[in-house]
Design a protein around this ligand. Structure first.
Ligand SMILES: *[C@@H]1O[C@H](CO)[C@@H](O)[C@H](O)[C@H]1NC(C)=O
Ligand SMILES: *[C@@H]1O[C@H](CO)[C@@H](O)[C@H](O)[C@H]1NC(C)=O
Ligand SMILES: *[C@@H]1O[C@H](CO)[C@@H](O)[C@H](O)[C@H]1NC(C)=O
Ligand SMILES: *[C@@H]1O[C@H](CO)[C@@H](O)[C@H](O)[C@H]1NC(C)=O
Ligand SMILES: *[C@@H]1O[C@H](CO)[C@@H](O)[C@H](O)[C@H]1NC(C)=O
Ligand SMILES: *[C@@H]1O[C@H](CO)[C@@H](O)[C@H](O)[C@H]1NC(C)=O
Ligand SMILES: *[C@@H]1O[C@H](CO)[C@@H](O)[C@H](O)[C@H]1NC(C)=O
Ligand SMILES: *[C@@H]1O[C@H](CO)[C@@H](O)[C@H](O)[C@H]1NC(C)=O
Length: 910
């Protein structure tokens, strides 16, 4: 029992385990014949050649099941050293580092020593399976070693053993990508024995860390994305009880080569934001800036799409570069919103009430001075008109008096021409520019632009910125004699180790969750890495601790009976490193610990993604034994498992462990049997922040742009084109975020609904824009709207949305009356001209033609500008409908977003 609580370690080492099994079954019978060998531990060769050395060593091979020491209290020192040969890659999402290393182990085999002269050789290489090998594993190792295996070890005449092998290490590493792409990773490789305690195996540093670093740097061939900085070693301090597992930790520091990311990610982003900055130079009065900026945002979205697979993805931290990109997007969106506001002011301000006093004072005077745009003299335009008029008069006046009659006629002609032109000018000025309030509003806008430009530069500067049985008899104290005695038990390894078959074996089960490697939503599979602890009673292997001088011994698992406990949800072969040894106590207690890479099926509910909590089950049970043979029990409480797991879990990936519950169930079958099942419910919660930053926020930005686009004056700006670009941009955004979203067949996650809703909203607002554009621009030839439209829409709804029907007749008459008078005047002039036709010179003729041409143009302009009542009403109708749908749109967005957010918040709290 206590053993399992001490146990905090695990991992693998493939090379060391498998070989032992083949030689073991027959192993220990012989030991009766060789007490002499055990005590002297000296090998005598008949001849100084290799075959005789091999013959002399052969008896030793039968002792490979136990640690090669003469006295159990002797520690086996294993020296570890390695050379880092290649850095194959880093997987940020799974938090894995893949390296290729050459491992070297050195230890002493006390059973062996020979005289070099007598045997003729200082060292000999022999197959690994002939000897005991330490079960040294790398704790962070998450997968089986896929490097080629090396079958031999070197044996020296003083008993030293040298084992070397290549290992492809897939190790978990807590990757901190906050400063990506300028990040330095500090990954650890912890070497320790999986089951032997410090009083049996100690792990020592084989060569100084500086030498390891130097050697690694000189041999490293793959010069990929990563550069090795240094390797440091740290040894756990000794402690007196020795009841711990001795560890040797190496810290490998790696630096990412950032050039590619700077060129591919940061520079283009800076270019685009510079373009955005320069777009403020586009004159807002004459160029449609909003379309330009919308296209820029579209371009940026496409850029993000292309760069998406360059960016690292993890759940727990958001790299600064993501913040940078989001900030760029946010800035672009903000500048677009600003542009929309400004455009709105420029185009609509003619109809606004005069600028309030405080705005005039605050913005025009104070801020205006700050950004060096003093207020324009409002009299400017008036003065200019008057000077023009005055000039016209002064030009005409003197000549009138001086000139001849022909000149007079020509002058008359010119004056009438001038008058017509003036009329046209005044008319155009009235219609297009508005009055003084418009001038003031425009001045406001120009000033707003300037501060925002300054702000933009400021922000971009700021941006620069992880029993009952018969006891065994020993012939003499010591592990070797115990091994020979245990042989009888090894022969019985095929049957359940109980003397009376009606005694059930109770298997206690516990585990420590060491890593959550990932969740595959499509396959509905959860991948975890656990250290599994099993404990049961073996009635055949009890001995007297005093007589044998040994309280426990570690022997290969294959020599003993092991229960067929499986995890029901297990879907794949265990690819965790194999650990070959189990602990055996004199009382018959067996402690079997091994790492298991669990790929378990789990019913994943992604409705609330990315705020989801998954509840997965591990069901431990014996595959064929009923409770009359095997009973199950908890080794430790679920709370302890949870605490141990949270303490030892190093990888802080996308998932966080939040709870473990256990439950023992007895399943009765129809034919009277019953089976025990031990259920563990594991609750893991997803870290949502990455999805919030990468999915939800850009989506909200774009829908905000869509919302603000209602402020674009529909009469002057082509809103539908703008919205079409927006929808295109959103589609590209959806494309880029596609691989972030989980895919399953059964449920649609709420976030998909959210994203689809955004798209639907954009599309419907675009259709609305088309409709409104039709009313506002294409209704000139429509029949007058029906009476109910006039009364209900324009009257009632217009009041509700605060767009009362314009008292448009006043304006019309004001414009019409002078025009009619002018036309009459002009026709009189034309008649007079006809009368005096014959007397005219050719110049007068030309002037006359010119005059009549201008008249025609004037009339046409008048006709065009003068709105027919039905046209006015249709425009009013369009504006009312636009405002009404805008209000509905806001209400719908608010309600649906609030309800989705409420669902998320609720689920995240529980
Ligand atoms: C070792 O075991 C083998 C059987 O595998 C046996 O034939 C041999 O005699 C044993 N050697 C010694 C020295 O006991
Ligand atoms: C083992 O070593 C310890 C101390 O080194 C000694 O006290 C003990 O007697 C030894 N046991 C045997 C069986 O030699
Ligand atoms: C093992 O190493 C320790 C120091 O870490 C030393 O005291 C001990 O003597 C060594 N044992 C053997 C058998 O070399
Ligand atoms: C790497 O991390 C370990 C602990 O996680 C720390 O002890 C060690 O000093 C770090 N190495 C460097 C070079 O920062
Ligand atoms: C470590 O390197 C130094 C100098 O490079 C060398 O003298 C020393 O023998 C090396 N040590 C080992 C254990 O290889
Ligand atoms: C162990 O020795 C005792 C006497 O000392 C004997 O009664 C018993 O049968 C022996 N057990 C075995 C398994 O040989
Ligand atoms: C086995 O144990 C059961 C009950 O514990 C007992 O009835 C039976 O006689 C025992 N059998 C033997 C062979 O000892
Ligand atoms: C997980 O599900 C099981 C039933 O399927 C339930 O008993 C258990 O309480 C759930 N655990 C959590 C943490 O919700």
């Amino acid at each position: 029992m206590q053993r399992s609580t001490f146990r905090i370690m695990t991992s693998k080492d493939k090379a060391s385990k498998v070989p032992l099994s083949s030689t073991m079954p027959a192993v220990v019978v012989s030991i009766i014949f060789m007490p002499a060998l055990c005590s002297t531990a000296d090998v005598t060769c008949s001849k100084p050649n290799q075959p005789s050395l091999l013959a002399a060593l052969t008896p030793i091979f039968n002792l490979s099941a136990i640690r090669p020491v003469l006295n159990q209290t002797t520690v086996t020192n294993v020296s570890v050293s390695f050379t880092l040969y290649g850095i194959l890659g880093v997987d940020e999402k799974a938090q894995l580092l893949t390296t290729y290393i050459w491992l070297d182990y050195w230890w002493m085999n006390e059973f062996i020593s020979w005289d070099q002269a007598q045997c003729g050789a200082k060292k000999i290489s022999l197959p690994k399976e002939k000897f005991w090998l330490p079960d040294i594993v790398i704790n962070e190792f998450m997968e089986e070693n896929k490097a080629p295996s090396v079958p031999y070890v070197y044996l020296y005449n003083d008993g030293a053993v040298h084992d070397a092998m290549p290992v492809r290490v897939v190790s978990s590493c807590n990757l901190n990508i906050y400063t990506f792409p300028f990040d330095v990773q500090n990954c650890s490789l912890t070497f320790n024995s999986y089951i032997y305690y410090a009083f049996e195996i100690q792990v020592l540093l084989g060569s100084p860390a500086e030498n390891i670093t130097e050697d690694s740097k000189s041999v490293m061939t793959t010069m990929g994305e990563w550069e090795l900085l240094d390797i440091t070693a740290l040894k756990t301090p000794n402690n007196d009880t020795m009841l711990y597992i001795d560890e040797l930790a190496f810290y490998i520091r790696l630096r990412r080569r950032a050039t590619m990311y700077v060129v591919n990610l940061l520079l283009p982003s800076c270019f685009l934001i510079t373009v955005d900055l320069f777009s403020f130079l586009l004159p807002p009065q004459s160029v449609d800036r909003s379309s330009f900026k919308m296209t820029l945002i579209l371009g940026y979205t496409v850029f993000l799409l292309i760069m998406n697979d360059l960016l690292p993805i993890t759940g727990n931290t958001i790299p600064l570069i993501n913040v940078f990109f989001s900030l760029c997007l946010a800035l672009m969106v903000a500048s677009l919103l600003e542009t929309i506001l400004i455009t709105n002011l420029f185009c609509n301000s003619a109809g606004f009430s005069p600028v309030p006093r405080w705005i005039r004072v605050l913005i025009l005077k104070i801020i205006g001075c700050l950004v060096c745009m003093p207020q324009k003299k409002p009299k400017d335009s008036v003065q200019r008109t008057s000077t023009v008029v005055a000039r016209g008069e002064s030009d005409g006046g003197p000549r009138e008096t001086k000139g001849s009659s022909e000149d007079n006629k020509a002058l008359q002609e010119l004056r009438s021409l001038n008058k017509v032109l003036l009329d046209i000018r005044v008319q155009v000025e009235q219609q297009q520019k508005g009055k003084q309030s418009s001038e003031d509003w425009i001045q406001c806008c120009l000033m707003k632009i300037k501060p925002s430009k300054h702000l933009c530069i400021l922000v971009s500067l700021l941006m620069i910125a992880s029993c009952s049985s018969a006891a065994l008899n020993c012939s003499q104290p010591g592990p070797t004699s115990l091994l020979s005695s245990l042989q009888t038990a090894f022969d019985l390894s095929a049957i359940r180790p109980v003397v009376n078959m009606s005694t059930p074996t109770t298997v206690s089960i516990g585990f420590t969750l060491y890593g959550i490697l990932g969740v595959d939503e499509k396959a509905q599979v959860l991948t975890t890495y656990i250290w599994q602890n099993l404990e049961w009673q073996n009635e055949f292997t009890t001995w007297n601790a005093e007589e044998c001088g040994v309280e426990w011994v570690a022997i290969p698992r294959t020599l003993l009976w092991v229960p067929d406990v499986v995890i029901n949800e297990f879907m794949e072969k265990n690819t965790a490193p194999d650990v070959p040894y189990t602990y055996l106590f004199y009382s018959g207690q067996v402690y079997d610990n091994q790492p298991v890479r669990v790929v378990s099926s789990c019913r994943l509910d992604i409705y609330l993604f990315p705020f989801d909590i998954q509840n997965c089950t591990f069901t431990f049970n014996s595959y064929i034994h009923s409770i009359y043979d095997i009973k199950l029990d908890n080794l430790t409480s679920a709370e302890e498992i949870l605490k141990n797991s949270q303490d030892s879990m190093t990888t802080m990936g996308e998932w966080e462990l939040i709870g473990i519950k256990s439950e023992l169930k007895r399943i009765e079958t129809l034919d009277g049997f019953a089976y025990d099942e031990l259920h563990f419910y594991i609750s893991v919660r997803r870290h949502p922040i990455m999805y919030v930053v990468n999915l939800l926020m850009p989506s909200c930005f774009l829908i905000t742009v869509d919302l603000f686009s209602f402020m674009l004056p529909a009469q002057d700006i082509d809103r539908s084109l703008f919205k079409m670009t927006l929808v295109l941009g959103y589609t590209v955004f959806l494309l880029s975020t596609n691989n972030l979203l989980p895919i399953t067949g059964n449920t649609i996650p709420l976030i998909n609904v959210f994203l689809s809703l955004c798209l639907i909203l954009m599309v419907s607002s675009m259709m609305e824009a088309i409709l409104i554009t039709n009313f506002l621009r294409g209704s000139a030839h429509y029949a007058p709207p029906p009476c109910w439209v006039r009364k209900f829409v324009i009257g009632v709804l217009g009041q509700i949305v605060r767009l009362p029907a314009k008292t448009s007749q006043q304006g019309d008459t004001v414009i019409e009356n002078p025009n009619k008078q002018e036309m009459e005047d002009l026709s009189q002039v034309a008649e007079e001209n006809e009368k005096e036709q014959q007397n005219e010179d050719e110049t007068v003729e030309v002037l006359k033609n010119l005059g009549s041409d201008l008249q025609v143009i004037h009339l046409q302009v008048l006709q065009h500008l003068k709105a027919t009542p039905s046209y006015e009403e249709w425009i009013q109708f369009g504006l009312v409908i636009d405002r009404l749908l805008f209000i509905f749109y806001i209400i719908f967005i608010t309600v649906s977003f609030i309800s989705i957010i409420l669902i998320w918040v609720n689920s995240y709290k529980t």
